[in-house]
Unconditional design. Structure first.
Length: 236
């Protein structure tokens, strides 16, 4: 008799455990402890729906669409921000490229987009970038300090600007003076003290050439009308 009682008790116990496991397996509700990590493996930069470059498998591939020769030059391993791609004329002296969009790549190399929502709109993800060189050698930036010819080799020759119409994933390159630097991009998750990177690229070379142009002076300074102190990320 005890044998049958024990068998029944064991069966009931196993049934309850199996039911609990089933309920847990079916529960897909997020909890505060879960991290909605985005598995980006690379990115592409796009202008007018055509790829400028692709970062994949820890490598950069230039002019992947064959459309943007103007962003690259023979023998230069990097993107070139020159008067071929920026607005720098007497009528339009902004010194910037048109808007460029960054799209993320999944494990299969396929582009995908994240919601274009600001923090105020409830957006969890945002684009960050970091230059290797500082924007100025002085404690406080001024346009005069940014055109000090003795410092040009030690400060970054270009910057990124992000305007409201660019959303969370767009920006403009701005050329400030002749030189070379490196930049890397991050896919950031959350905000404030909880902010962390879900993806960080390798460094990308950025070149600003000293071309013969009426709005580039003899020292290689680009004479645009934008503030050379403008940086749209706190990383200096």
């Amino acid at each position: 008799m005890n044998f049958f009682k024990n068998s029944i008790s064991l069966t009931i116990t196993l049934f309850i455990v199996a039911a609990m496991l089933f309920v847990q397996a079916c529960d897909t509700t997020s909890t505060d402890d879960e991290d909605d990590h985005i598995d980006a493996t690379g990115f592409i930069l796009v202008q007018n729906n055509a790829e400028i470059l692709r970062y994949e498998n820890n490598q950069y591939f230039w002019n992947t669409s064959g459309t943007w020769d103007d962003y690259f030059r023979e023998g230069v391993d990097g993107i070139v921000i020159s008067t071929d791609v920026i607005d720098l004329t007497q009528d339009n002296p902004r010194g910037m490229t048109p808007s460029i969009a960054l799209r993320w790549l999944d494990a299969d190399g396929e582009p995908f987009d994240l919601p274009d929502l600001s923090e105020e709109e409830g957006g969890e993800y945002w684009l960050d970038w970091e230059w290797e060189k500082p924007n100025t050698l002085t404690s406080e930036c001024s346009d005069e300090a940014r055109v000090d010819i003795t410092a040009l080799g030690d400060i970054r020759p270009a910057n990124l600007e992000q305007h409201g119409s660019d959303g969370q994933w767009g920006f403009h390159f701005r050329a400030d003076h002749t030189g070379q630097d490196r930049i890397r991009f991050r896919l950031m998750h959350e905000h404030g003290q909880a902010a962390h990177s879900d993806f960080t690229s390798q460094w990308m070379n950025v070149y600003v050439p000293h071309d013969d142009h009426e709005m580039i002076d003899e020292n290689g300074i680009y004479l645009h009308t934008r503030s050379k102190c403008r940086v749209d990320r706190p990383r200096d």
